[in-house]
Design a protein around this ligand. Structure first.
Ligand SMILES: [Zn+2]
Length: 150
């Protein structure tokens, strides 16, 4: 169906229950639009720097940002086709969840499903990290760096 080097969607969907597969498909629409927005941003950077080819894109994905890294990787394999990032690798760096406690003022790392203060156990916390989806680095191949054709 798609000319992809990786076969993640097939592997991801193979053997899963129909209801789960349906949920994954609906979710991956979200991941696909996230990828399209990401690739637009990357294309702007590439054009701005005079590069035609994007080699690698690094993004930070927090556990609370609402994007599933595995689905994002699958969506990226589809979304990149035909653009300047068609050959680009996607590196997903997962970040951890940090909360700021409104009771004791401390900042601590916690689990995504348990947003309490690690110091006093307070539940009145504010998420300060872990909900981000951030473009961290774009590696470009510049036309000058190409070996001259002899
Ligand atoms: Zn606290």
């Amino acid at each position: 169906m798609f000319n992809m080097r990786t076969h993640r969607p097939q592997r991801l969907y193979a053997g899963v229950h129909t209801r789960t597969r349906q949920r994954l498909t609906i979710q991956s629409v979200h991941e696909l639009s996230v990828c399209q927005a990401l690739l637009m941003q990357v294309a702007e950077i590439a054009v701005g720097r005079g590069a035609r080819v994007v080699e690698r894109i690094t993004i930070e994905v927090g556990p609370l940002c609402g994007v599933e890294p595995a689905l994002l990787a699958s969506a990226f394999a589809v979304a990149r086709i035909g653009g300047c990032a068609a050959e680009a690798a996607l590196l997903i760096e997962s970040t951890s969840v940090t909360v700021s406690c409104m009771s004791c003022g401390a900042q601590s790392q916690t689990k995504p499903n348990r947003l309490i203060c690690a110091l006093c156990g307070g539940f009145r916390t504010r998420v300060v990290a872990g909900d981000e989806l951030r473009l961290r680095r774009v590696e470009l191949r510049m036309p000058e760096s190409r070996l001259p054709l002899a």
